[in-house]
Design a protein around this ligand. Structure first.
Ligand code: T3D
Length: 266
């Protein structure tokens, strides 16, 4: 576990690694230090063979309130202009790409409000389990900004273009029950059961063939923008890799021997 006071906390429970955003006093607002630590933690999880599933959640009553606006205000107060272009390219974009590209499942355990780039972070996860009291706000418009950190990519793909535009235009709060109904989250759990629900799903995913899960994520990511022929070819390439794994052989043998498979993630 990371030291108390650090912007994120990392905990391992067998093959499941949980990363907790740890600035509860400001609803886990995303400052430079947190963004750098989180990006590094996702990279570390990619490299760690023992880690087979990742959970991202928030400390306290929020998942994340998005960009730390006090940091923005302080920079303006010091007379510093902020060029959001480089800020996004250097700090947010590598994080979002890291989450979308890590070839292990990433579960967002959304414990409270997810606003602005905090909402984008939630949407970048592969699967979202939300607490009943969680909510989602495309808050960018409230501060005169454009949705970023892949909100304009993920949101329409999850909820459709018209609803995505309505949410981004209005910046209204979407509560957990609506989020479930419109496909923004996969599951809603009672507040006091969120950790258990996310852990249960994570343990289940961590026991599956990790390599095939990773390749599945790669294929589905690529399929969003591909034509049919390209995607069929891509599937063939990825299946050739999956077909050479231990877990593929184990799955076939276990089925024919009528026993549970023992996947090793390799
Ligand atoms: O490259 C770039 O940097 C540009 C990228 C921009 C991406 C973005 O994320 S833009 C959107 C930024 N986020 C927001 O606009 C959301 C701001 N927060 C809120 O609207 C509300 O806090 C919430 C709706 C999320 C929750 O409301 P509520 O009433 O439950 O809590 P609160 O009282 O507003 O907040 C509690 C504390 O957290 C409070 O501090 P205090 O009064 O106890 O000292 C508040 O100031 C602080 N806080 C909340 N959000 C932020 C924050 N401090 C800094 N930055 C925040 N984003």
């Amino acid at each position: 576990m990371a030291a108390t006071g650090s912007p994120i906390v990392i905990e391992d429970d067998g093959p499941v690694r949980t990363i907790t955003l740890n600035r509860p006093d400001v609803l886990n607002a995303l400052n430079d230090a947190l963004l750098r630590s989180l990006t590094e933690a996702v990279r570390d999880a990619e490299k760690a063979d023992a880690v087979r599933c990742l959970i991202i959640t928030g400390a306290g009553r929020a998942f994340s309130s998005g960009q730390d606006l006090a940091e923005v205000r302080d920079r303006y107060a010091r007379g510093q202009a902020i060029d959001f272009g480089p800020h996004l390219r250097n700090l947010y974009n590598p994080l979002i790409l890291g989450i979308r590209q890590i070839e292990k499942p990433v579960i967002g355990a959304i414990n409270g409000v997810a606003a602005g780039a905090g909402c984008s972070l939630a949407l970048a996860c592969d699967v979202r389990v939300a607490a009943e009291s969680a909510s989602f706000i495309e808050a960018f418009i409230n501060v005169g900004l454009v949705p970023d950190s892949a909100a304009t990519f993920m949101l329409p793909r999850l909820v459709g273009i018209s609803r995505a535009l309505e949410l981004a235009f209005t910046g209204r709060r979407v509560k957990a029950d609506e989020a479930l109904r419109i496909g923004l989250v996969n599951e809603v759990a009672p507040d006091d059961r969120l950790g258990d629900s996310a852990s249960k799903l994570a343990r289940k995913l961590a026991a599956l063939p990790t390599r095939a899960l990773g390749l599945t994520k790669r294929a589905i990511n690529a399929g969003w923008n591909a034509d049919l022929e390209t995607q069929l070819e891509h599937e063939a390439t990825l299946q050739a890799i999956a077909g050479k794994t231990h877990d593929h052989r184990e799955g076939v043998a276990a089925f024919l021997e009528k026993r549970p498979p023992q996947f090793r993630g390799e």
